[in-house]
Design a protein around this ligand. Sequence first.
Ligand code: MSP
Length: 637
Amino acid sequence: MKQFFYVTTPIYYVNAKPHLGHVYTTVIADVLARFHKLLGEEVFFLTGTDEHGDKIMETAKELGTTPKALADENSQRFRDLWPLVQVENDRFIRTTEPDHVRTVQRILQEVYDKGDIYFGEYGGHYCTGCERFMTETEMVEGSCPIHQKPLSFVQEQNYFFRMEKYRPWLVEYIKNNPGFIRPERYKNEVLGMLREPIDDLCISRPKKRLSWGIELPFDTEYVCYVWFDALINYLTGIGYPDAERFHKFWSQTQHLVGKDILKPHGVYWPTMLKAMGVEPYRNLNVHGFWNVDATKMSKSLGNVVDPLEMKNKYGVDAFRYFLVRDMVFGLDSNFSEEALIERYNADLANDLGNLVSRSTKMVVKYFDGHLPAPSGQTEDMDRELSELAVKVVNDFTTRMAALELHTALISVWTLISALNKYIDRTAPWELAKKNPERLATVMYHIMETIRIVAVLIFPVMPGASHTILGLIGASGDISHAGILPFGKLSPGTIVSPAQALFPRVEKVGESRESPQARPAVKAQKDQGTDNTVDISDFGRIEIKVGKILSAEAVEKSDKLLILQVDVGRTIQIVAGIGKAYNPGDLAGRYLAVVTNLKPTKLMGLASEGMLLATDTEEGGLTLVGFDRPPRVGARIR
Ligand code: MSP
């Protein structure tokens, strides 16, 4: 029977641009979405932006703009960011969209008609950062514990949702459904919040104070409170109440949130759903915070990590790997570029990168690039390796499903180190001299284990996964069901030599200039008298059709542009075409791209390919192009 998986991120406020924290949650959601797709499930992945409320209104005022203009600008920033970090969401929702406004008004009216919304007066301490009232017990010396800013006292007549009425039901529900809120520590935190009576939730704001919101259907003098509006996005996103998608996916909802918004998701949202007569979401998955130098990231401290800078410097796969590997889901973690580099060098450059590069080169050297069939000559250590591979596949699967993401990766790396040891112990270079039959078995085991590793890393590092599978001739449809049994690779498949997949990084800020900084045409100037090449030399160079997804100028360079290019997978190219082309004009253009160059770094930015260009008559530069639309990813021969 078909399984469904619905994963959501918080919808982000549009008062500022995206930072590392937003990228973390969204990448984790993407990792889970990819993992569940690998399992063969039907997946829907929702993210978006939260655009109403005091916070947006105040920021717009400070910036001398309108809330709508601010929302449009910053929402677009989030939307543009996701493809750059290989996030493939199915819908990007904005709370200002008409279908969302309709859904919120419909729900408000229903809950009002049912008698669960009433008019009253309330005074309380409000935190604009959190967009909610703080209780006396939550406040620390008159301030919000999260934003560390004094709270303002607000007293006014408003509409209230009878949240307290549903408290006993929620306590029971949480107790009877282990894992409803996970990890455990957050479940306990919510149960703690529910130990004493909770106030009813103030769900309106008078328009005379705040007009930037969704109008209440039963009182045009008021707009809806931003959290009541925002949480409903999870329903709008899949077409509540009538769409087929809603009926398919809702019971399988996995919300991902940071610990800062536990109360709205753990208390407001389930009680709202109960009042609406909608069954609760399946799981609330709560993660910790990335801190910098052990303190909170904040604009005022100037320590906000720019995710794009990290992705540009180390490549999207490595950045995603670090985010998943270096945080224990549920706990806080410290972000530092040094830690990222250390992790990169140890796990990616040394363990995985070297493994793939030395192994593929051996198949080329000893078997002319054709995967050998295993001979009858097997030994205990071959069986141990294949048994470990099977165990790791199972371990990885269980851990991913339980959201133990970093241990899922640790498990894959036990297989990678075992394989590196296997190579050292079997010493194929010695076998090549004396025992070709045994060499065939050993090489087959090595490549087959690499195939399994490459499939397992797909959810976290889709780019590297595709590259490796391509090198070993195993890039058909990848699926979890297709991983095992051990021994799926077909002998005779062509294996290509891998260049360094993850070139070592020396230290923070280091950059290595390389000839690839120059456009191809300059590097190809006449080298001497005899410049003929053998046809097989030419065949080793892989030139493919690429389509530019995005282009940005590289800071402090008038020449370099950083391009994300679809060549069948997304690669990043740093190219010296900035004088000839405007970054804004490039998206959507087709290119000829050399795709199997050794990755390099230009001004500290990872570059994974080279585009072909030539001189114009005026002495400028022009990209090599096509006279009709080519197929993206097609080989140029
Ligand atoms: N708009 C609300 C959410 C409404 S959901 C119906 C909101 N937006 S937010 O822009 O402030 O995003 C908060 C979320 O961003 C956190 O819950 C978390 O997912 C992510 N992060 C923000 N800073 C973070 C860190 N420093 N570390 C990890 N993730 C954090 O709250």
